[in-house]
Design a protein around this ligand. Structure first.
Ligand code: HEM
Length: 351
């Protein structure tokens, strides 16, 4: 150790000797710097922005039902730290979810879920589930009509889940209202879960390396540290984009909710489910969502051939395109239809 330090004197050598930072200079393929292969990294940075802006938001938000809506509304009138944090948090959440979805589509298109990366695909499906749960609980927290109706769906689905209903039930705890418990899920339970699964995700990426471009094994390599530097460029553009949106399009908040009415539509990630619910009701919604997640997790089993080139995977790619087009079609359908009452009979169970 001592001889090493003598051979490479200087501040960097001293830091490196203690923290082993030069271990980060391992090789990754050059195509890791392209935008499609950087989408996972961009999602990761958006998640870090979400955590930081979320910590600031906790200083202004009140998680009790009597005060929640007011505490969000008072953040908005003049431009200050609270409004800045809320805008950044809202827009970073949109960027996060969009880039996670695009990252998943990229992995499907380049067949990067195939052997030996099947386990990492399943870890990814878990990450997607936790991301959706984070988005959902975040929507409830603002406690306006949209958030309240989202919670009513949460209650209805919890009821259908039988035993799990107990945790969702307002009666689970006399001292801590459901909104407060969802807040804790949003700021502690789900972020801990996502970071735990991310450790597994990154460990598996390091173990298997970044997948090749289909049909183009090998090729030039670069250091992971240069990849991080390149990623920083995408992140600078992303940060500017989020700030511009924060200033020009601050997130909205409606008045405090009115119980027993259904007038809103869900935020965009849930629009396809809204259309499904209009046809098959809340039970159908639960089973369709569960089936979709199970099918997604089974993708590596369903598409097991060793082929990775698009021309050899015509059927899988066509099926993927049908799924994406169906989701977009359902979202558009929900977007043009009116908010309808679909919770009716289930709400009456606990009214
Ligand atoms: C919190 C959300 C997520 C984050 C932060 C994340 C992050 C990353 C990063 C940084 C990479 C390496 C670079 C890249 O390929 O872009 C990666 C690779 C990978 N991710 Fe994710 N990911 C997330 C969600 C997902 C989802 C939803 C799936 C699929 C269902 C998934 C499956 C994979 C697979 C299979 C790889 C290996 C790809 C390869 O070797 O080319 N990830 N992820």
């Amino acid at each position: 150790m001592a001889t090493d330090a003598v051979r490479r004197p200087g501040v960097w050598a001293a830091i490196d000797e203690r923290f082993g930072l030069s271990d980060l200079a391992y090789s990754v393929p050059r195509h890791a710097n392209t935008l499609p292969f950087s989408l996972g990294g961009i999602s990761m940075v958006s998640l870090l922005i979400l955590v930081l802006s979320g910590i600031v938001l906790t200083q202004f938000y009140h998680p009790m039902p009597e005060f929640a809506n007011d505490s969000v509304r008072t953040m908005m009138p003049q431009f200050g730290l609270a409004r800045l944090a809320r805008g950044i948090h809202y827009w970073a959440a949109q960027v996060f979810l969009v880039t996670v979805l695009l990252h998943m589509i990229r992995i499907f298109l380049t067949a990067s879920f195939k052997r030996p990366r099947e386990a990492n695909w399943v870890a990814g499906v878990l990450l997607l589930g936790i991301s959706v749960a984070l988005y959902f609980t975040g929507t409830v927290l603002k406690w306006d009509q949209e958030g309240f109706e989202a919670l009513e769906h949460n209650l209805a689905i919890g009821h259908l889940l039988g035993g799990l209903w107990h945790w969702f039930a307002p009666s689970f705890s006399q001292a801590a209202p459901l909104l407060l418990r969802l807040y804790i899920a949003h700021i502690v339970v789900l972020p801990s879960a996502i970071f735990f699964v991310l450790i597994v995700h990154f460990w598996l990426i390091k173990k298997h390396g970044i997948s090749p471009i289909p049909g183009n094994d090998g090729g030039e390599m670069l250091r992971f540290t240069s990849h991080l530097a390149h990623l920083a460029m995408y992140v600078a553009v992303l940060a500017g984009f989020i700030l511009i949106l924060t200033v020009l399009l601050p997130p909205v908040i409606g008045p405090a909710p009115v119980e027993g009415i259904e007038v809103t539509k869900p935020p965009w990630p849930f629009l396809p489910l809204f259309a499904v619910e209009n046809w098959v009701g809340v039970p159908g919604l639960l089973w369709v969502s569960l089936a979709a997640f199970v099918m997604l997790a089974l993708v590596p089993l369903l598409d097991r051939s060793p082929h990775t080139r698009p021309l050899q995977r015509r059927a899988a790619l066509a099926l993927g395109a049908v799924v994406v087009l169906t989701l977009v079609g359902l979202a558009l359908l929900a977007w043009i239809t009116k908010g309808a009452e679909h919770l009716g009979w289930l709400l009456s169970i606990w009214a």
